[in-house]
Design a protein around this ligand. Structure first.
Ligand code: BGC
Length: 349
C-alpha cells in the first residue's frame, strides 16, 4: 500500500513509498484512511526539525490528524464496518508513569510516550492502518470527512478543560475570552468559547479574507491589534500562535484570577527583554495562572467529537479550506493565502 514516509530530522526526505500492509500487532481493527490533515508539526517533521522513526527503522509514516472508515472490526470491539473513525495520536509510555497508568497519557511524565506519525510509531498517512479499540474514536457519520478536524479539536478541548479546572479553584463565572491566532486551533478554540457563551475575541495579523469571515460567522469579534485593545482584562486567553510577543502580551493582559492557556509550540532561539518583576507582581497580586497544554487523551477526543457533531457543517467545511489528492501531497505544504486547514485525500469518501 502507499504511504507518505519521511526520514525524521532530515529535511526534504518525504516520499510516497510502497510499504507493507499494517501489521496485525497494531490491533484487530483495520481502517481505510480517507483524509489526513496537515499541521505545523508535520511541516516541522518534513523540514527535518522534529520527529522520530519507529525503533529499528529509518522512515516514519507521517500523519496524525486522520479520518478513516472501518474495514474490519471484531464482534464486541464496539466498532463495525463502515464506521467513520479517528485514531488517537499518543500511546502511553511502557513503564508506565503515574499519569500514563491512568490513561492520562497527555500528561506523560517520563517522555517515553510514543505518538503516531510523530514519535516512534507510524502515522495514519497510509492507505490502511490497524489499531486497538481503546485508541479509536467514532465521529458522527453526518460529518463525513470533516471528522478530520477531531484531532485539533481534541487539543482545544483539553485546553478548555485546563482553563476550567484552574478557574474552579475559586468561584468561576467567566464572561470574556481572547484567542490569539485564527489558524485551525484558534478557530476551533473560538468555536468552543462561543459554545460556552463567552464573549469571544480573536486576534490575528491578517485584516481580510477567510479568517475574519470565519470568526464573525461564529458570532465572535475579530481584531488585528493588541489584547488590551481587543478586550481589556479577559477571563481566559487561549494562546494559539507560539509567537513570543503574543505569549508575553497574554501573560501581561490576562484579567484578575484569569487563566492563560498556552498551546502554540514556539521555535525558540530568539531573546526578548521583559520586566519580570512587574509581570510576577501582577500574576501574584491578581491570582493569575499561565498553563501549558499539549496533546489530548480519550476524554478530550470524546468532547471534541460532540463539539464537532453540534457545529455548523458549512462553517467546518470552510475551515477545511483545501483538499489535495495523495499523489500531489507536496502541494499541501505550499502555503496559499486562503489556507486554513489543508488536508490530503487518501481515498474517496
Ligand atoms: C499534536 C499533538 C502532539 C504534539 C507534539 C501536535 O501537533 O497535535 O498531539 O502531542 O504535536 O508532538
Amino acid at each position: 500500500m502507499r504511504a507518505l514516509t519521511v526520514i525524521p530530522m532530515s529535511a526534504n526526505t518525504a516520499e510516497l513509498s510502497d510499504v507493507p500492509e499494517p501489521p496485525g500487532s497494531d490491533g484487530p481493527i483495520l481502517v481505510e484512511t480517507l483524509t489526513v490533515g496537515i499541521c505545523g508539526t508535520d511541516a516541522e517533521i518534513l523540514g527535518g526539525d522534529y520527529g522520530w522513526a519507529p525503533p529499528g527503522k529509518e522512515r516514519l509514516v507521517l500523519g496524525h490528524e486522520s479520518l478513516g472508515r472501518v474495514l474490519e472490526a471484531p464482534d464486541g470491539s464496539g466498532f463495525a464496518k463502515g464506521d467513520l473513525v479517528v485514531g488517537i495520536v499518543r500511546r502511553p509510555d511502557p513503564v508506565p508513569c503515574s499519569n500514563c497508568a491512568v490513561l492520562e497519557w497527555d500528561f506523560c511524565r517520563n517522555g517515553l510516550y510514543t505518538e503516531r506519525g510523530i514519535k516512534q510509531h507510524d502515522g495514519y498517512l497510509s492507505e490502511r492502518y490497524r489499531i486497538t479499540p481503546e485508541f479509536l474514536v467514532k465521529v458522527d457519520v453526518s460529518l463525513g470527512t470533516l471528522g478530520v478536524l477531531l484531532e485539533p479539536t481534541s487539543v482545544v478541548a483539553k485546553a478548555w478543560e485546563q482553563i476550567d479546572r484552574i478557574g474552579t479553584r475559586a468561584h468561576w463565572e467567566p464572561r470574556t475570552a481572547v484567542i490569539t491566532g485564527a489558524g485551525p486551533i484558534g478557530l476551533l478554540a473560538a468555536l468552543m468559547a462561543v459554545e460556552r457563551g463567552l464573549e469571544t475575541h480573536v486576534i490575528d495579523q491578517v485584516a481580510t479574507g477567510v479568517k475574519p469571515d470565519l470568526v464573525r460567522a461564529l458570532g465572535a469579534r475579530y481584531h488585528t491589534g493588541s489584547i488590551e485593545d481587543a478586550c481589556p482584562n479577559p477571563d481566559a486567553i487561549v494562546e494559539c500562535t507560539g509567537v513570543d510577543s503574543l505569549v508575553l502580551d497574554a501573560m501581561e493582559h490576562i484579567g484578575p484570577s484569569g487563566v492563560v492557556c498556552l498551546t502554540g509550540v514556539s521555535s525558540g532561539g530568539r531573546s526578548v527583554r521583559i520586566d519580570a518583576g512587574t509581570l510576577n507582581r501582577s500574576i501574584v497580586l491578581e491570582n493569575q495562572s499561565v498553563v501549558g497544554s499539549v496533546n489530548a487523551n480519550r476524554r478530550h477526543y470524546e468532547v471534541g467529537a460532540a463539539v464537532l457533531a453540534a457545529a455548523d457543517r458549512s462553517w467546518l467545511d470552510r475551515v477545511v479550506s483545501r483538499r489535495v489528492p495523495l499523489e500531489r501531497w507536496a502541494d499541501a505544504l505550499d502555503r496559499q493565502e486562503a489556507d486554513v486547514k489543508v488536508v490530503v485525500e487518501v481515498a474517496a469518501e
